[in-house]
Design a protein around this ligand. Sequence first.
Ligand SMILES: Cc1cc2nc3c(=O)[nH]c(=O)nc-3n(C[C@H](O)[C@H](O)[C@H](O)COP(=O)(O)OP(=O)(O)OC[C@H]3O[C@@H](n4cnc5c(N)ncnc54)[C@H](O)[C@@H]3O)c2cc1C
Length: 410
Amino acid sequence: MRRVAIAGAGLAGLTAAQELRRLGHDGEISMIGAERHRPYRRPPLSKEYLLDDTTDVALAGTDELSATWLLGHPATGLDLAGRRVRRGALPPVPFDALVIATGVRARTLPGAGELRGVVTLRGLDDALALRAALAGRPRVVVAGAGFLGSEVAATLRALDLPVTLVEPDSVPLRRPLGEQVGAIVAGLHRAHGVDLRLGRRVAGVTGAGRVERVHLDDGTALPADLLVVALGAEPETEWLRGCGLRLDHGVVVDHLGLAAPRVAAAGDVARRPSALLGGELVRVEHHGNALEQGAQAARALLGVAAPFDPVPSFWCHLYGHRLQSVGFTGAGYDLRLVTREPDGRFFAEYHRDGRLVGAVTAGFVRRLTACRRLLDEESRQPPMPPSGPSSMTGPPGTTSQGATGPVATR
Ligand SMILES: Cc1cc2nc3c(=O)[nH]c(=O)nc-3n(C[C@H](O)[C@H](O)[C@H](O)COP(=O)(O)OP(=O)(O)OC[C@H]3O[C@@H](n4cnc5c(N)ncnc54)[C@H](O)[C@@H]3O)c2cc1C
């Protein structure tokens, strides 16, 4: 294996490249990136990066890789039999082994058209544009109170900007964290001056060239200068359509991280079986998962990987609270709010069929560590059916969370 191509120059792609070098791969590594930037950290983009223009998000170690950086142009197709990644009119990139690490793309608001002042936040260029817009002290509407929308609302309140947060569900974060934890987050938003509109959807935007009003589905028109659309993300797999890999709300990989012989997928884009969930396919949009899967992809390509089933975890910053999780959390599981303190700290567990599958906390870190230990042990149990690329031809498993299976989004 001389030539490794890595499609997606983000965290998972970089980690795969670093692990390849660490394990002694001295052949070519081509990093194909749609963005013009070398890999950087996304978590600060919804947090300190919006507050402080000296925040450095660059990821270290890119110079030492001796990689060929093919940035600013996306991969547009995969010729699996011919072992080449296409890049539009540019020369294709031949490979002996491939890592697919193209992440996800932000959902947009249907019908928002080309109005200025309607933004999404996924990449560094988005964050630069958002930060520039904040200088005009806009009235902000945030559509979607998931992790990203909640975090952006909290950060903008730290700048003392007026923020209306619109969420169709009954509480923020209900799907990823459940009703009771979502209610705690709703309380935090309100206590910090966010105008929280629950059970409402953004139905449209109007303005002369730029956003002036955001319309909700109950007829309310909110005056606004900026609309941040935070409606979740879709796996970036368009470029793989028809290539022969199994695509099912992500690139489906086996317990080693392989989608086909010598083709691995890692990070937000990959969907893998989880032993903790009885072999169900999961896709995880968390920083830590990109690190773990990126390294696993390298090991799988070099033939030194052991079956792998990391327990996901995330963190999120809200008004000085650090929310942290381990395992699988969400409205699809049996939520037990174990502790709730008046100062905002809490600890919640998630169970399925009587078994602990996840936990989330603000403040009770030691308890969370204990849960992690337990879940790590559970995930090392072997009940997972073999699901190598050769056996991945059957219909997708359905799950308690719907036909696409659990998606641990941040
Ligand atoms: C604003 C923000 C805040 C976040 N905060 C947290 C947090 O606090 N905690 C946490 O756990 N997680 C957080 N996350 C999630 C975390 O950043 C992601 O899980 C992680 O970046 C995933 O890494 P990845 O390499 O799989 O994907 P990405 O980092 O998205 O990298 C994928 C790369 O592939 C490129 N690409 C896409 N299509 C193509 C193509 N066709 N050809 C070539 N390149 C392509 C993309 O441009 C991108 O550079 C946050 C994410 C965002 C956006």
